[in-house]
Design a protein around this ligand. Structure first.
Ligand SMILES: [Zn+2]
Length: 257
């Protein structure tokens, strides 16, 4: 009896799945809409699946997000993690409350943020760096994860200036653990003063879960606190770099004379 009942339940379940009545078609249509409009874009071996669950989302913003992905993701993969996923999924989700969040190769964006900040397109650059990072469940510090993502936004961003985004000047209240842009500027200073490979090695150590505080000494000869102290004494790195390059230009003009 019980066997017969289970058979009836299973059979009616199959009937429900296959049902073609007006109600079921309408229900299927609704669930398709909640899944969103899906575009698949492929360029040079990279695939972007763009899922838009907001019918009022700006087409211009969507196209800029797509262009940004294909401009910044491949060079980041090439430099930091050649094993990164060749496919990334973007989801425009009106029910998401934050600005954007990356999880594995899936990035969820809040359409309300882009509606009020349409030029903040390099949010994409920051988020796709998280896909490249692929740190998983690492005991590494969160400030370094976010600092590297903002460093990547600074280095690879398509239009940070238009988005009103820049690295803040150093001040004494800062700490390298402040994360995001403050850490990013410190990392940029490390790149210029101690070599770009330091960044690549830090990123790799975070990914293979071998990061610990000793790594700073191993890579630069100084502990993280010693590096920060050095940075705090001479933080005007960017101005200095510009000064050096303008000196080169004047030397060149002198040679022309
Ligand atoms: Zn982040």
């Amino acid at each position: 009896m019980r066997k017969k009942l289970s058979f009836v339940i299973i059979a009616s379940l199959f009937a429900a799945i296959a049902c073609n009545c007006a109600y079921c078609q309408q229900r299927d249509g609704r669930s398709r809409a909640s899944r969103g409009k899906i575009d698949t874009l492929v360029r040079d071996g990279y695939k972007l699946i763009f899922i838009n669950r907001d019918s009022s989302f700006s087409l211009t913003t969507k196209n800029r997000m797509i262009e940004t992905f294909f401009a910044v993701y491949p060079p980041m993969v090439e430099r930091f993690n050649k094993n990164s996923s060749r496919q990334v999924n973007f989801i425009i989700d009106p029910s998401f409350e934050g600005v954007a969040i990356a999880s594995g190769r899936r990035i969820t964006y809040n359409p309300k943020w882009f509606a009020s900040n349409p030029d903040d397109i390099d949010v994409v650059t920051h988020e796709v760096m998280h896909v490249v990072q692929a740190y998983g469940n690492t005991p590494g510090p969160g400030w370094l994860t976010e600092g590297i993502a903002d460093y990547a936004r600074y280095k690879y961003g398509v239009d940070n200036q238009l988005g009103g985004w820049s690295l803040p000047e150093y001040n004494v209240k800062q700490s390298y653990t402040d994360s995001y842009r403050i850490t990013a500027r410190f990392l940029l200073w490390i790149e210029v003063n101690k070599g770009a490979s330091v960044l690549e090695k830090l990123d790799a150590a975070m990914r293979d879960h071998t990061y610990n505080e000793e790594i700073w000494k191993k890579l630069t000869g100084k502990s993280i606190d010693e590096l920060w102290k050095e940075y705090s004494k001479s933080p005007e790195l960017i101005a200095e770099t510009l000064r050096k390059s303008s000196r080169k230009i004047s030397l060149y003009s002198w040679m022309l004379d």
